[in-house]
Design a protein around this ligand. Structure first.
Ligand code: ACO
Length: 325
């Protein structure tokens, strides 16, 4: 019998500090940085984001989301045999956030590692977990996207600091004799490294280079719209499906205008697009599982629905996963 992988539970977590555009505008004004609710809403669709307290880490947020996903799946932590955390803002250089999170969940022994593909991290991680389940290397996986992007934002740069937020989302992915994940399509092109990056690193006991996020917003925008359409079409073709088979599009939540353009290119009505960017901002690798869990718990996504998950981010990386929920 063919083994497939299937999502059996979802979870998410947002740190309690909710920062509206008005809050952020006031905080930035005090530093002499000018922005407005209207500019942020018009250009991005973002109205609020959550920021973690200074002592809260990526693995903390991820552990909260993971516990919720385990509960939803009815799976005990001790039965998990694979943990993958997608993140660009791990707790430390090493060990991985996945190992730290494993210990926080009271687990030991199973494989645990991080995936670094920035905002495409969750679709990369889900594809790896699916492949490991299909080959028999794992049978019950926790796949988590968790980020504290507030740590790498330059709050003197209004072109980037208004866009991002913190949070985590998680799924339990289990071996199943029915699909599940139908197809995936992953890509990267390292020549675009400079348009979205955090160029600094740790070296010789200090930080070498600038440790804050840099972005050429317009270049990112143009690239994102094109590759998201291509990845969705490739994933559909691999599964022998068409746009008409998609019940819900769950794109990376970066900017409402990118999501609208992608939906238009795929001839999907906006009612089929899960949108949380207005309340969460861009939470990078956490945005897709956060949006998925929000739509599941809100009763939008039902068992059996066909979902297209799509990520795009620094690298440049991009990809799509098509699945029956
Ligand atoms: N408040 C007020 N004004 C601002 C702000 C701000 N926060 N930021 C920029 N401006 C000003 C600029 O200075 C510029 O002023 P000027 O015309 O006097 O020079 C004006 O607004 C227009 O700036 P643009 O950069 O041309 O604005 P644009 O319409 O391109 O919107 C944005 C900028 C929102 C960043 C857009 O380019 C975008 O969304 N790009 C994609 C970004 C993205 O999605 N990144 C993440 C994807 S991958 C990942 O998630 C890691």
């Amino acid at each position: 019998m063919t083994t497939y992988s299937r999502i059996t539970g979802t979870g998410s977590y947002l740190p309690p500090r909710r920062v509206t555009n008005a809050d952020l505008t006031a905080e930035l004004a005090a530093k002499g940085v000018e922005t407005s609710d209207q500019w942020i809403v018009d250009r991005t669709g973002i109205r609020a984001r959550h920021f973690a307290a200074p002592d809260v880490t990526c693995s903390d947020l991820g552990a909260y989301a993971a516990r919720q996903a385990l509960e939803a799946a009815g799976v005990a932590a001790r039965d998990i045999d694979l943990i993958i955390v997608a993140t660009s803002t791990p707790d430390m250089v090493f060990p991985s956030a996945a190992c730290i999170l494993q210990n926080k969940l009271g687990m030991a022994g199973c494989a645990a590692f991080d995936v670094q593909a920035v905002c495409s991290g969750f679709v990369y991680a889900l594809t790896i977990a699916d492949s490991m389940i299909k080959t028999g290397a794992a049978s019950k996986a926790l796949v988590i996207g968790s980020e504290v992007f507030s740590r790498i934002l330059d709050f003197n740069d209004r072109t980037t600091c208004v866009l991002f937020g913190d949070g985590a989302g998680a799924v339990v992915l289990e071996a199943s004799d029915t699909p599940g994940i139908l197809s995936s399509d992953l890509h990267a092109d390292g020549k675009h490294v400079g348009i979205l990056c955090v160029p600094g690193t740790v070296s010789g006991g200090g930080v070498l280079g600038d440790p804050l996020l840099k972005m050429d917003g317009q270049a990112v925008f143009k690239l994102a719209v094109g590759v998201l359409e291509d990845a969705a079409r490739a994933a559909l073709a691999k599964a022998g499906k068409t746009e008409a088979d998609i019940d819900w599009l769950i794109p990376h939540q970066a900017n409402i205008r990118i999501m609208q353009s992608t939906a238009k290119k795929l001839k999907l009505p906006l009612e089929k697009v899960v949108v949380t960017v207005d309340q969460h901002g861009n939470t990078s690798a956490a945005s897709i599982p956060l949006a998925l869990d929000w739509a599941v718990r809100g009763g939008k996504i039902k068992k059996g629905d066909t979902l297209m998950l799509e990520g795009v981010g620094g690298g440049f990386t991009w990809g799509a996963v098509l699945l029956d929920f």
